[in-house]
Design a protein around this ligand. Structure first.
Ligand SMILES: [Fe+2]
Length: 477
């Protein structure tokens, strides 16, 4: 245990950490708005012990071979970036124009790290809402400081509106590139997309310090990441959708039956639960694969690439799978029944690549070659002109075209320059664009002329375009 003197030195015994002060927000990990539809939105809420992250805590950095476990007996709440949760209640007031509404009082769930998810429904399509969050320690207690934010609901599927989405992935804490976290969140906040899409590796449990072999350390990874000022600010003003990948489920290239190895006693199943607790997520009974309709011209299909996969180590065969039969049946039938002008497949992992020959984790690798080829063939045969794949996971930005099927894939790249690398190199048979630096990808539908255009723009972390490609749609009626 730490003495009071040690706690004082760490800033943990200060009133700001341990008790409420007037005006304190008690939302150090911010708010996330997600699962948008034309009529609803889900707010992810978390009450924290303090209004601020612990900026002067014990620093544990280092990745890959330098990554270390947390020393036995040392609480993650003493680490730099800690923002431990606290019991209490939320009330959400929200409004559009003069119409004001207020939620019921909502208690945070201590078994979900003091979070709560609130479905706001009965909303108007394509409408901007502002919200004000209030917390309190007890049902009838004093109200803490408030936090404000905003979101805009999605347009109806019949509405020929423009769209603007930002795709990012692979944010490693020790590779942050700005004093307030990650420059690309400031850039995305400035861009004001309809929403951002974080397509996996939101945190890295296994290959940066402290290695998360327990739920409290795994939760610390989320606390220190989402309490960073640039993320806190962006996500108050920008809704999002979140997917998970290997590092934010358990460990590198993980699959459900994989022994957790050095991550034990943390399990794959715990990682699945923690992910759903840490982001606005579909209800627990619903899978994480889902689609997002954004007006007449755009539908995004988000796949889940960890929960259903065969062991990566199995020999390749038509039965070996990443997505699983149920997900593939859903996806293929949802794609066929969609009347959106453009369809985007949003995969945590590549479908086209190319990737390093040593990898055994995705549809661009030889170890899943049969399923990868079958999916690409299905897409070419059914949607030769209006389906595009995008992905995260790979730490370089690229636009590639599959030589046999003509399927286009855009990889958004890593969230910072320091985290870029690992490419097999530029391959002229595939690549239209290849850049080994950090950044993000915007997906835009331009409806300013009779023929809608789908535009992909790779941006650097500062938000400056580094590559652009457009696809024309069929003329509007
Ligand atoms: Fe990654």
């Amino acid at each position: 245990m730490f003495s009071r003197r040690q706690l004082l030195a760490l800033g943990l015994a200060s009133p700001a950490y341990s008790a409420a002060l007037p005006g304190e927000t008690h939302m150090a990990t911010g708010v996330k708005t997600g699962e948008l539809t034309p009529r609803s939105a889900t707010l992810w809420l978390r009450r924290t012990a303090s209004s601020l992250r612990l900026n002067n805590g014990i620093v544990r950095r280092g990745h890959q071979s330098q990554a270390v476990f947390l020393e036995p007996g040392l609480s993650p709440d003493l680490l730099e970036g800690a923002a431990p949760g606290a019991p209490g209640y939320f009330q959400v007031r929200y409004q559009s124009g003069a119409r004001r509404r207020s939620s019921r009082l909502l208690e945070v769930d201590p078994t979900a790290d003091f979070t709560a998810q609130l479905l706001l429904d009965g909303l108007q399509p394509a409408t901007s809402y502002s919200f004000l969050l209030e917390t309190r320690a007890t049902r009838n207690g004093r109200v803490d400081g408030e936090l404000t934010g905003r979101f805009r609901t999605l347009p109806l599927a019949t509405s020929p509106t423009p769209a603007h989405i930002a795709l990012l992935s692979c944010q490693m804490y020790c590779h942050m590139d700005s004093p307030d976290g990650f420059a690309l969140y400031r850039s995305i906040e400035r861009d004001q997309p309809n929403f951002l899409l974080s397509c996996g590796d939101n945190v890295y449990y296994d290959n940066e310090s402290p290695i998360a072999r327990s739920a409290p350390v795994a939760l610390h990874h989320w606390q220190r990441m989402y309490s960073l000022p640039s993320l806190h600010s962006c996500l108050r003003h920008t809704p999002g959708f979140w997917q998970k990948d290997d590092h934010d489920t358990l460990s590198d290239d993980a699959w459900p039956s994989m022994p957790p190895g050095r991550m034990a006693p943390l399990t794959f199943a715990e990682g699945q639960k923690i992910f759903r607790d840490m982001v606005p997520a579909p209800p627990p009974a619903r899978p994480l694969y889902r689609s997002i309709r954004v007006g007449r011209h755009l539908e995004l299909f988000l796949t889940e690439s960890r929960d259903y996969r065969s062991p990566n180590t199995d020999p390749d065969s038509p039965a070996k799978t990443i997505w699983g039969d149920e997900q593939k049946n859903w996806l293929f039938s949802a794609l066929r029944s969609s009347d959106a002008t453009f369809k985007i497949l949003v995969n945590p992992n590549p479908l086209v690549g190319p990737d390093r020959n040593s990898k055994k984790d995705n549809h661009a690798n030889a170890s899943f070659a049969s399923e990868g080829a079958a999916i690409r063939r299905f897409l070419r045969d059914n949607f030769p002109h209006n389906l595009i794949a995008v992905c995260g996971d790979r730490h370089w930005q690229y636009h590639s075209v599959h030589p046999d099927t003509g399927l286009h894939e855009f990889g958004c790249g890593a969230a910072s320059d320091a985290h870029a690398g690992g490419t097999p190199g530029l391959d002229p048979a595939y690549h239209r664009f290849h850049r080994v630096l950090g950044g993000y990808l915007t997906i835009e539908v331009d409806t300013s002329s009779p023929q809608p255009l789908l535009q992909f723009t790779h941006k650097n972390v500062e938000g400056n375009p580094v590559h652009r490609h457009r696809f024309p749609g069929r003329p509007q009626a």
